[in-house]
Design a protein around this ligand. Structure first.
Ligand code: XMP
Length: 512
């Protein structure tokens, strides 16, 4: 396994992605990680990530010296390369020739990193992002690649198996980057790339059994991908020692509550408590119009109802959660001050602290798409695994203004027609998230010979890779008009349909 030390680059997670894709297990730790912890983890190789700092700054983050003493191969990327040089006796200087974006490396010599992809004398496209540059190599190193702005764009110390690159091999804009990383992990370090989802499933099941013993576990099931996969995996490990609690706030999409019950109780034989708490939630939301108050109300009630049901189940020692890797990476931040809260995404936030239970988090080493792969491995239906993300507060934040049961029912109908058409057109998987929003306005229309004065709705569909930024999905007009026609004809109470064409930023994906 490989340890990635993070110096705060925006793209550090991509290094882990590329390694996992080639079957190598790795973890990302902050550069401040304790030396004893690093040696105890026994990495077979170490990657030093890029980062926004300059090695010249007084408080420049350094790699813990232990990494150079473990006798394992090291790859320094960008800032990581500069650290290799700085800390091993070379020199780095600020450069007046900054390189950002696409650049070209002239391959000066053969090197274990380049095997099979880059040949001596060729010119290769890479992605750079640096201001400083290495100006003198530490003893033992040779130059294997140069670029206009970086005379030491790639360096190698073959004896110690230390390598440095000024460019970023982990991003797709470095076309052979994944292969270069693979040359490091497979070629230099000598890993076989045997980390597979089937293997993960087996080890994780053993790990859950060892952790839980004969104890009992409760798990909050939302119907979303993460909690669903966690529940099925844990159930496979410990069977009826697991009880799932599905708190139904009445703000789910059409047919979803039934589908959760059917899938988990009937198909996977998981003990499932289905608590229909829609009356409680809708009652508490009455007259609430502020989006953050909606979120807080729902979050608070969720915890209350969950605790109530957990007490009724009784005797649970563990709380299971579908926490993913991006949630647990100890992030390195150089920005200092607090960032602005745009929206409070809490969902079940605060639950573990309040319940004072030990956590079972079998997905905490996985990325989202790996969770989907694990779900497939576990034989879960594509309808659950491939599902679009859905916010914890559900339809409440898709009904600007006060939420009522009638509005939620109306929105469910609109939403299901829209999603049905998207599926029929074969577009569901090309879209990150698609949903309808019920607008707090009435508009005039004409149907038959009569005047209507009904609600308007907006349709939204975006593409995204992580929900942080998003583009509008470019439906063709024929599709949109077909959907609008069906909605107005089939949903009594809605007489106008609009399509939201705002990207994120400046918009957000949800309307509230
Ligand atoms: P925004 O609207 O911030 O959404 O662009 C980004 C992603 O987060 C989801 N979202 C939420 N998820 N609780 C959640 O669990 C929330 O309160 C919440 N608000 C937004 C949104 O659906 C999108 O996938």
């Amino acid at each position: 396994r490989i340890l990635i030390l993070d110096f705060g680059s925006q793209v550090t997670q991509l290094i882990a992605r590329r390694l996992r894709e080639s079957g190598v297990y790795c973890e990302i730790w902050p550069f401040t990680a304790d030396a004893a912890r690093i040696s105890a983890w026994n990495p077979r190789g170490i990657i030093l990530s890029g980062g926004p700092a300059s090695v010249h700054e007084a408080a420049a983050p350094l790699a813990p010296p232990v990494v150079f003493e473990l006798g394992v191969p090291i790859l320094g990327i960008c800032y990581g390369e500069q650290l290799l040089c700085q800390q091993l006796g070379g020199a780095v200087e600020p450069s007046d020739h900054r390189e950002f974006g696409r650049a070209y490396v002239d391959v000066a010599d053969d090197c274990a990193l380049f095997t099979g992809v880059w040949a001596k004398g060729s010119r290769e496209q890479v992605w750079m992002s640096h201001g400083d540059r290495v100006t003198r190599l530490p003893a033992g190193f040779r130059v294997v690649g140069t670029s206009e702005g970086a005379p030491f764009a790639a360096i190698a110390d073959d004896a110690r198996h230390f390598y440095g690159v000024q460019f970023h091999p982990e991003v797709v804009h470095t076309p052979h980057g994944a292969q270069l990383l693979r040359n490091f992990t497979h070629g230099v370090v000598g890993l076989s790339g045997s980390w597979t989802m089937a293997g993960f499933r087996a080890t994780e099941i053993a790990r859950i059994r060892a952790q839980v013993g004969s104890g009992r576990v409760i798990c909050g099931l939302s119907g979303g991908v993460d909690s669903s996969v966690a529940a099925v995996l844990i159930h496979e490990a410990i069977g009826d020692q697991l009880t799932c609690i599905f708190v139904d706030h009445g703000l789910l999409r059409q047919g979803e509550a039934e589908q959760v019950v059917e899938t988990f109780r009937d198909r996977f034989n998981i003990r499932l408590v289905h608590r229909d708490a829609s009356g409680l939630f809708l009652g508490a939301l009455e007259g609430v119009t502020d989006p953050e108050v909606k979120r807080k109300t729902i979050g608070r009630l969720f915890i209350e109802v969950f605790e109530e049901e957990a007490a009724r189940v009784g005797g649970a020692d563990f709380l299971a959660q579908g926490t993913l890797y991006p949630d647990v990476i100890e992030s390195v931040s150089f920005t200092g001050g607090p960032s602005v809260t745009i929206k409070s995404h809490h969902n079940v936030g605060g639950l573990p602290e309040r319940m004072r239970m030990q956590l079972v988090e079998p997905l905490r080493e996985l990325f989202k798409d790996e969770v989907r792969e694990l779900g497939r491995e576990l034989g879960m239906p594509e309808t659950i695994i491939g599902r679009h993300p859905f916010p914890g507060p559900g339809l409440a934040i898709r009904i600007p203004g006060a939420v009522t049961r009638e509005k939620a029912d109306l929105l469910r109908k609109v939403d299901s027609i829209y999603l049905e058409e998207i599926r029929t057109a074969g577009l569901y998987d090309a879209i990150w998230q698609a949903f309808a929003v019920l607008l707090p306005v009435r508009t005039v229309g004409v149907m038959g010979d009569g005047r209507t004065y009904d609600m308007a709705c907006a349709l939204r569909a975006v593409t995204s890779t992580d929900g942080m930024t998003a583009d509008v999905y470019p439906f063709d007009m024929a599709f949109l008009t077909r959907v609008a026609g069906r909605i107005v004809n089939e949903v009594r109470g809605v007489n106008r349909v609009t399509y939201d064409i705002t990207s994120k930023p400046p918009g957000t994906i949800e309307w509230e």
